[in-house]
Design a protein around this ligand. Structure first.
Ligand code: SAM
Ligand code: 2KA
Ligand code: SF4
Ligand code: MG
Length: 226
């Protein structure tokens, strides 16, 4: 009998986990801080440039008790739940709540295609608003952006000049821009240079943070688990 169907694992709430690792947070306003990552399996989007396609199907079911104890063993107060798409799994809101109850600072990285309404308000929600060149911008849920507050962040991953103009025009009059902790514009790694994106942001006086994937500067960009 395999992991997914054994009676003992069915008794308790759990999630399917692709990987758990301790690294340096490479994105968001927490970039540079040591962080534990819980990468959940499965995604219903197929962003053209996704660097984590290995998380679409590979994974192992863990009960929340097992997962919390694995996180505790890594000895780090900052935890990010990512994927794949973490909000696809039924018990992710419970996992997030239990992590908050455990005293961790908790980040959730989500595509924005699923409602964030049930996420514990103590969680920092990082919503990735998909630009046209991802091929998935029709999946953005505008209602999510209206729910964001002072601990939350919005991210635009920019692949082309058209993406940049689309994101720039979207944030220009968006009411939620003033209610969030940060708005990031980051290049698709290997497709658009930081210098080009920086030039556009300065030219147009766009009041956002230029982001990049710090971990891909530290380690081989194709390496997993960092
Ligand atoms: C792998 S996704 C997982 C969480 C969720 N599915 C999402 O899209 O936010 C984590 C973050 O990596 C970013 N990302 C994935 N591939 C990238 C790439 N090639 N260049 C830059 N950022 C990338 C995504 O835009 C997202 O912000
Ligand atoms: N170091 C590191 N920082 C990250 N921040 C967000 C990540 C993600 O894949 O969601 C990520 C990741 O994969 N690695
Ligand atoms: S939503 Fe996230 S995990 Fe899914 S394909 Fe897009 S970047 Fe990859
Ligand atoms: Mg990543």
């Amino acid at each position: 009998m395999d992991e997914l169907s054994s009676p003992s694992s069915r008794r308790e709430p759990g999630v399917v986990v692709n990987e758990i690792f301790h690294s340096i947070q490479g994105e968001s306003s927490f970039a540079g801080e040591p962080c534990v990552f819980i990468r959940l399996t499965g995604c219903d989007l197929r962003c053209r440039w996704c660097d984590t396609q290995y998380a679409f199907f590979e994974g192992k079911r863990m009960s929340l008790t097992q997962l919390l104890s694995a996180v505790e063993g890594l000895g780090c107060g900052l935890v990010e739940v990512t994927g794949g798409e973490p909000l696809l799994q039924k018990h992710t809101p419970l996992l997030l709540r239990q992590l908050c109850d455990g005293g961790y600072t908790v980040l959730l990285e989500t595509s924005g295609a699923h409602s964030i309404a049930e996420v514990d308000p103590r969680v920092h929600r990082i919503v990735d608003c998909k630009c046209p060149s991802s091929g998935e911008s029709s999946r953005n849920l505008p209602a999510n952006l209206e729910l964001l507050g002072l601990r939350d962040e919005v991210k635009f991953v920019i692949g082309t000049e058209l993406d940049y103009e689309w994101a720039r025009d979207l944030i220009r009059h968006a009411p939620w821009v003033k209610s969030v902790r940060a708005v990031h514009f980051s290049p698709v790694q290997g497709e658009l240079s930081l210098e080009t994106l920086a030039g556009w942001l300065l030219r147009d006086r766009v009041p956002v943070r230029l982001g990049f994937q710090l971990h891909k500067w530290i380690w081989d960009p194709d390496r997993r688990g960092v």
